[in-house]
Design a protein around this ligand. Structure first.
Ligand code: NDP
Length: 327
């Protein structure tokens, strides 16, 4: 057997964790020939539930699962991690202001960044799912100076998949026939799902939909899908979030299909006027195990305004965490 890949999952006892771990252990995260060792990180109150999930994972007898360890100490949880999925985060409680939320999450993501810096494998790749994901990723990255910044990403793949599904439903084309969609900006209500470079079965999407549909239907539906699922299901989306995390890491490790791209929140290099260092969503290709921002897309005035608005929110979040001394 080849050496197992160490996959650390935080918030392992949560509902996304429950939907995610079985897919990792079955080989869907990295591929059907890659053994994995799971390292589950929880807060002390979550450890017992994580142990229960580990028992179920054992009972699946996954041939690729080389072992499961459970920790409540980030230093141990991230030791040797090749892939780090940062799912656990502090949810916004009643009456909690954004500053309180950022501060609470700073208390989680700062020590996790330090632990990744101290002990993760040389090739560690980090995906932050826990919200506010972009800024949590920024905090972790700021505390891992020895890890290349580009290894810190945040998840907008669920938004991307939601946009694919909505465009598919509108045009009647299967999702597999749609390429060139992009989510820009923050994983929040300001995110901008952009269809202006999308093609549906080879035709420009902009010939098939009009601006009124984009403005009044598509963009709000994609951005508010999480709330719609809570309203319908009585619980937040978990399986679709886990699925998107699997898609993100699989593509990062194995490459995006030739000529296609996906959406990833990663540290800006200044492309498209997004301030350098901000962790913002871009059109991205995975080539040779690294994300590359797709360059030279023409940005029309409609898109420019929406990208700028979401990026402005990220700048505000960055200023807020700077003000709190978290970065
Ligand atoms: P979930 O597993 O449902 O969600 C975890 C995080 O993912 C939340 O921040 C959530 O944001 C975010 N998220 C991102 N995208 C989505 C999406 N599309 N749908 C839903 N959530 C999304 O939370 P649970 O409360 O079930 O579990 C969290 C677990 O994390 C608990 O077991 C807790 O003990 C643990 N935890 C672990 C920490 C650690 O390891 N150090 C630290 C903090 C918590 P949102 O809140 O906006 O829905």
């Amino acid at each position: 057997m080849t050496t197992p890949v160490n996959v650390t999952v935080t918030g392992a006892a949560g509902q996304i964790g429950y939907a995610l771990l079985f897919r990792i252990a079955s080989g869907q995260l990295l591929g059907p020939d890659v053994p994995v060792r799971l390292r589950l990180l929880e807060i002390p109150q979550g450890v017992k539930a994580a142990e229960g999930t580990a028992m179920e994972l054992d009972d699946c007898a996954f041939p690729l699962l080389a072992g499961i360890d459970i920790f409540d100490d980030p230093r141990r949880g991230f030791d040797g991690a090749n892939i780090a999925l940062l799912v656990g985060a502090r949810p916004r409680g009643p009456g909690m202001e954004r500053g309180d939320l950022l501060e609470a999450n700073g208390g989680i993501f700062k020590p996790q960044g330090e632990a990744i810096n101290a002990g993760a494998a040389q090739d560690v790749r980090v995906l932050v799912v826990g919200n506010p994901a972009n800024t949590n990723a920024l905090i972790a990255q700021a505390h891992a100076p020895d890890v290349p910044a580009e290894r810190f990403t945040a998840m907008t793949r669920l938004d991307h998949n939601r946009a694919l599904s909505q465009l598919s439903a509108k045009t009647g084309a299967p999702v597999g026939d749609i390429t060139g969609l992009t989510i820009w900006g923050n994983h929040s209500a300001t995110q901008y799902p952009d269809v202006f470079h999308a093609r549906v079965a080879g035709r420009p999407a902009s010939e098939l939909v009009d601006e009124a549909w984009l403005e009044n239907d598509f963009i709000p539906t994609v951005a508010k899908r999480g709330a719609a699922i809570i309203a319908a299901r009585g619980a937040s989306s978990a399986a679709s979030a886990a699925n998107a995390a699997v898609d993100h890491v699989f593509d990062w490790v194995n490459g995006t299909p030739a000529g296609e791209w996906t959406s990833v929140a990663l540290p800006s290099d200044g492309s498209y006027g997004v301030p350098e260092g901000l962790i913002s969503s871009f059109p991205a290709r995975s080539v040779g195990g690294r994300w590359e921002i797709v360059q030279d897309l023409e940005i029309n005035a409609f898109s420019r305004a929406k990208i700028d608005a979401s990026v402005a929110e990220l700048v505000e979040e960055r200023e807020a965490v700077k003000g709190l001394g978290l970065i």
